[in-house]
Design a protein around this ligand. Structure first.
Ligand code: NAD
Length: 490
């Protein structure tokens, strides 16, 4: 292991290709966000590593795709068992690599990663295809579905193993083989999972993981002619590049992108429940969840009461060392990202916004060794216009804006007045209103009187600049397979 300046050793990752760990001669430094120190070196893969991984995936495809869904499901279940058996190690690694709290990693990231494998192992056993009769033509029509081939999977840094397995599981359950590229900033848990694949019974070449940056390893995958499908989760800007670079090959694309998610709070909301959930929906995982609330519209009659209680609750949301189980938030992913998020707070102030808590208002007490970590307390901003950058652009940090509204029609128009359309929450006890508003919002997911409850059978994805396509039960099955219509004249 290479030594750091002070003689401690770095963790050095290797690519996983064709069932083997393959060292890479070039590396990228990966930081512990809670200390700001380099602790890990990630392969800086390029075209040649991607080429080798695609070759391995192509070779494994005929045998894997011809197995029965039940045979494939067995491997997925075993992998889920193994992840669960190592839950604590995975949670500690995810927390160190990403900056999230150990509690979040233990209760959300890693259990959900195991569940992704279990869910798709089970759901792949229950799909049916369509059939129609045309008696007047003496015909019957039916459809068959087949895996697409080598799937290219690219994931972000905010929920590293959770989002990577959300792609790997349906891809391999349906008979594809994969080349996956996790974010270069959070590669450790993907590498740890590779160590379990053989024991799970995964044949070599079915899952290949190539580590590296987007413009090198990611782009090599996107523009590889033998990878007919790309499932991407990340920012809208990167999606634009991926769309362009994959276009010459007419690839199947699924794009899960950013959001600028509104919470709409009517005067008849259960305020206590609403405030507790909206603090969670705004600040969980340091606000680094694509589904986090970042615009809060509050009916004017309850605006002062809401704001006071919301700010108090945000100040109770504890930012601290990720390994401390009393921390609600840990550190942001990187110094650059921290600066970007802070920049939005400054921008809001320059535009006349008022900061009620958090950045520049509350100070954090952190141990000596975490002084250079990328920490930022939950920040609540008011007095910003709907057209301000803080109300229009995805910040992806612990920052939320609160603004008043007067009518249902007005708030729907304002909530829809951004380029994104990922998710929304609506708070009211009026069932009719809840339905009306939910139907009118331009968002792929609307939670009413709750947040982040997910049935994996149902579609997940965004409208407008928040994405193209949907994933989840039937939608993932459709995306990761090609359909063919067969007509039989009898
Ligand atoms: P990003 O777009 O910078 O990177 C995502 C992945 O794409 C990384 O693995 C990166 O290396 C890779 N990449 C970058 N450039 C590439 C290129 N030219 N070709 C191929 N791959 C490339 O996003 P991020 O900063 O890692 O993640 C944060 C973003 O992800 C936010 O916008 C967030 O909203 C979004 N996100 C969306 C969802 C969702 O389900 N809709 C979930 C989580 C995160």
């Amino acid at each position: 292991m290479p030594k750091m300046a002070d003689n401690r050793t770095h963790l050095v990752l290797e690519n996983y290709i064709g069932g083997m760990f393959v060292p890479c001669s070039r590396h990228i430094d990966s930081y512990d966000p809670s200390t700001g120190e380099v602790y890990c070196r990630v392969p800086d893969s390029d075209k040649e590593e991607v080429e080798a991984a695609v070759k391995a995936a192509k070779e494994a495809f005929p045998e894997w795709s011809s197995k029965s869904p039940a045979e494939r499901a067995k491997v997925l279940h075993k992998l889920a068992d193994l992840i669960e058996a190592h839950l604590e190690e995975f949670a500690l690694a995810e927390s160190k690599d990403q900056g999230k709290t150990i509690t979040f990693a233990r209760t959300v990231d890693i259990p959900r990663s195991a569940h992704n494998f279990r869910f798709f192992a089970s759901s792949v056993l229950h799909h049916t295809t369509d059939c129609s009769q045309m008696d007047h033509m003496g015909c019957v029509n039916y459809t068959v579905r087949s895996p697409v081939g080598v799937a290219g999977l690219i994931s972000p840094w905010n929920l590293p193993l959770y989002l990577l397995t959300w792609k790997i599981a349906p891809a391999i359950a349906t008979g594809n083989t994969v080349v996956a590229k996790p974010s270069e900033m959070t590669s450790v848990t993907a590498w740890m999972m590779c160590k379990l694949l053989e024991e799970a019974g995964m044949p070599p070449g079915v899952v290949n993981i190539v580590f590296g940056t987007g413009p090198r390893a990611g782009d090599a995958l996107v523009s590889h002619p033998d990878v007919p499908l790309i499932s991407f989760t990340g920012s809208t800007g990167t999606a634009r590049v991926i769309t362009e670079h994959s276009a010459p090959y007419c690839k199947k694309l699924s794009l899960e992108l950013g959001g600028k998610n509104p919470a709409i709070i009517f005067q008849d909301a259960n305020l206590e429940e609403c405030i507790a959930t909206t603090v969670r929906s705004s600040f969980s995982n340091q606000g680094e969840i694509c589904l986090c609330t970042s615009r809060i519209f509050v009916e004017r009659s309850i605006y002062p009461e809401f704001l006071q209680k919301f700010v108090e609750a945000a100040q109770r949301w504890r930012t601290g060392v990720p390994t401390d189980t009393s921390s609600d938030n840990g550190a942001l992913i990187s110094k650059e990202h921290l600066e970007k998020v802070r920049g939005y707070v400054k921008l809001a102030q320059a535009e006349g916004g008022k900061v009620h808590c958090g950045e520049g208002v509350d100070t954090l007490e952190l141990p000596e060794r975490n002084q250079n970590g990328y920490f930022m307390p939950p920040t609540v901003i008011t007095d910003v216009t709907d057209t301000s950058r803080c109300m229009q652009e995805e910040i992806f940090g612990p920052v939320t804006c609160v603004v008043p509204f007067d009518s249902e029609e007005e708030v729907i128009r304002r909530a829809n007045g951004v380029k994104y359309g990922l998710s929304a929450t609506v708070w009211s006890r009026d069932v009719g209103r809840v339905h009306r508003v939910a139907r009118s919002l331009q968002a792929g997911l609307v939670w009413t009187n709750c947040w982040l409850i997910r049935d994996l059978n149902l579609p997940f994805g965004g409208m407008k600049s928040s994405g193209v396509g949907r994933e989840g039960g039937q939608d993932s099955y459709h995306f990761f397979t090609e359909v063919k219509t067969i007509t039989i004249k009898h």
